[in-house]
Write a protein that binds this ligand. Sequence first.
Ligand SMILES: C[S@@+](CC[C@H](N)C(=O)[O-])C[C@H]1O[C@@H](n2cnc3c(N)ncnc32)[C@H](O)[C@@H]1O
Length: 391
Amino acid sequence: MAKTKEFFNILHAHSEAKLNILDEYVVTWMRKIALGPFGEKALVIDGFSGTGVYDNNKHGSPIRLLKHAMNFCEQAEKHGWPAPKLMFLFIEGFDDNYDELLSNIYKLTRLDLTGEAGFERLPGFPSIEVSCQNGSFEDVLESLLGELKSGYTLIPSFCFIDPFGFKDTPFDLIARYLKNPKSEILLNFIYEETNRFIRAKDPKIQAHMKKHFGVNDLNELTELVSDKEAALRKEIVVDFYSRQLMENTDVKYVLTFEIKKSGRTKLILFYGTKNIKGIKVMKKAMWKVDDTGLYMYDDRKPLQDIRFAFTKEIEDEIMIGDLANQIFEYYTGSRAYIEEIEEFVLTDTIFPIEVYAKKALVKLEKEGKFKEVRNRKNKNTYPKNTIINFN
Ligand SMILES: C[S@@+](CC[C@H](N)C(=O)[O-])C[C@H]1O[C@@H](n2cnc3c(N)ncnc32)[C@H](O)[C@@H]1O
């Protein structure tokens, strides 16, 4: 695809929030796969890579991903761990951006990918393999999935889908990718544009919209959103797409994160996985960008939101109390392993495990809400296999 560059390619704060979530997540995800019990090879697909470096010198997804991989390899060498086997597939549709991407990858890694079609090893990091494809996300992913021999599935993979609009992310293709047992997505759903065109009459736009949502008929969705005010409309669209993922792909869990610019919802990140451990890591990553429990970044907020340490403490107390109540309400009169309680926190509450779960349990214990706690040595600790008998 030819395209001339007619605007400054700047990374704005709201888009940076998206990349901060990507950073947080991928660093841990790579470690979990490569250092896990199977020491597996991992594949990262960056479906809409961009140039790698913005005009304001900030790094885009491909350069960030490669830097994380290189740091991981250096860390592994230092600690005497096996070299992590990592593959990266970067897809960029526009010719100028693709050329810039190759040049930025070269500057970082000394890997010259001009004229290369397949995966090449990074100089100095032979366990990292990189391929860049100058084509559309749809064609490249289609051919990757098509190349899989019958009965074979992809190695554990994570696909970052970061388009400009809603036309290039066919739901059916994403569903097919997610059929691979260890595959997951972080999709940047361009809410503002989708919302603007959702009820467009133009048959071409309607066709794109159907493909985007993975439906043959848009009536259900358009009726649902009709005459609704903005906040409810957004909720309906998010719920509809989440349901599509949950009901028509193999994912078991979906997390969303809203990104606002100048007070308007621009993007909704959808994370879909089959693995509860993925939810644990992604909740933590999202919480790092917004710790209010709203799962939302608002570029106006930093100006208004100068929080003092004591307000943060009060907020934490409220959150701990809230989670403690939810746990107690759910388990009252019953018995549960700590692992089950953690799963409940992950899948049924807004809270990540790391920040509040233990503190909520300590609070309940101090308040005498437990009849008995088994399989642990010390009070106020909840190691693996701890059983809690709730009052
Ligand atoms: C939002 S930008 C990606 C930003 C990048 N992920 C980052 O974090 O810096 C979208 C990119 O996708 C490219 N693009 C647009 N349509 C495409 C398609 N159908 N397939 C692949 N790339 C496409 C654009 O040229 C642009 O560089």
